[in-house]
Design a protein around this ligand. Structure first.
Ligand SMILES: [Zn+2]
Ligand SMILES: [Zn+2]
Length: 328
């Protein structure tokens, strides 16, 4: 029996038992095809060909996958190539298959390598820090803006992207309520990537889970941490956050407490409070910066009530002035 024939013989006997969740599709001298599957998304087909002087030359490897990016497949192919070269002169098929299977096991980010490189290239600046723990699927970042920072921990579940990426805040000097709202909003955005809407519209296509990592990382890093420390209060036009994070106000009733409203603009509590109590009230109060209706938990009063309160306040003011006039 030729060398290759003997190796194929061994492969057909041992492939499924020695290479976790593998499926031997073809096992010929012309080519070997094996499907490797870790999850629904982490799977690929390994195509192997024996060159003329095999096993003196490395086995020829080609990888195909519908769920792993071309770029990453190319990278895996290169390191598998290097692995094959360690076995020159001997059987290479099983070692190469085991090596690729182990790569899938050890690299949680294999299913989102494009998202990860977007985060590294587009969102992180030289002042920031980023750490990737491939095996556990954890990404930690420390993002800085002005004197503010936020440390975030993103986690990729095993069956990502069908299950959402999660995020936790580990340390920050952002205002307390503000940072909690950022994380809560990101978590909700991630949930919507994987959970179908409660009310389905008749024309909606069947729901399909979308990748959530890049989406929430971009929202938190670019949309919150890098944006808000520079953002001005819509009313007084001063920077809404204090320049020195030691002066951050966490008392929600304090005039300088930062209010983050529905449209994404910032107001000081005092500035917004004043603005919400001043007419016109028709059609609800609008954000002076973008014209969108101001929705905020603290100012949930109907325009009519606001009108009445304002009228009442004005009347009281007039009475007071009259008294002052009289005394004067
Ligand atoms: Zn202000
Ligand atoms: Zn606005």
């Amino acid at each position: 029996m030729s060398f290759v024939k003997e190796e194929l013989d061994e492969l057909s006997k041992k492939c499924t038992s020695e290479v976790d969740s593998s499926e031997l599709i073809t096992c010929h001298q012309a080519s070997v095809r094996v499907k490797l599957r870790k999850t629904k998304f982490k799977n690929l087909v390994v195509c192997l060909q024996f060159g003329d002087d095999y096993p003196s030359s490395p086995i020829i490897i080609e990888l195909k996958s519908k769920t792993i990016s071309e770029k990453l497949l190319h990278g895996i192919c290169n390191i598998a190539d290097a692995e094959a070269k360690k076995y020159l002169g001997t059987r290479q098929v099983l070692p190469v298959l085991k090596f690729i299977r182990q790569f899938l096991e050890d690299n949680a980010f294999a299913v989102c390598s494009d998202e990860l490189s977007f985060i590294k290239k587009e969102l992180i600046t030289p002042e920031d820090e980023i750490k990737v723990k491939q095996k556990s699927g954890v990404l930690t970042t420390n993002i800085n803006q002005k004197n503010y920072f936020m440390k975030l921990k993103f986690t990729i579940p095993n069956n990502y992207p069908e299950e959402q990426a999660s995020v936790e805040q580990k340390e920050t000097n952002f205002p307390d309520l503000f940072q909690k709202m950022c994380i809560a909003q990101a978590t909700e955005m991630a949930r919507q990537c994987v959970a179908p809407p409660l009310k389905k519209k008749p024309k909606d296509l069947p729901f399909e889970a979308k990748p959530s990592l890049k989406f929430i990382a971009e929202f938190l890093i670019r949309g919150c941490i890098q944006r808000y420390p520079m953002e001005k209060c819509v009313i007084c036009k001063e920077t809404a956050f204090p320049a020195d994070p030691n002066h951050v106000v966490n008392d929600p009733q304090h005039g300088r407490h930062v209010e983050w409203v529905y449209c994404g603009h910032l107001f000081h509590h005092g500035c917004l409070s004043e603005y919400m109590k001043t007419p016109p009230f028709t059609g609800g109060k609008k954000c002076p910066s973008c014209g969108k209706r101001v929705y905020h938990e603290k100012w949930k009063i109907a325009p009519k009530t606001a009108e009445e309160r304002w009228a009442h306040e004005q009347a009281r003011q007039r009475e007071l002035e009259e008294v002052v006039d009289f005394l004067g």
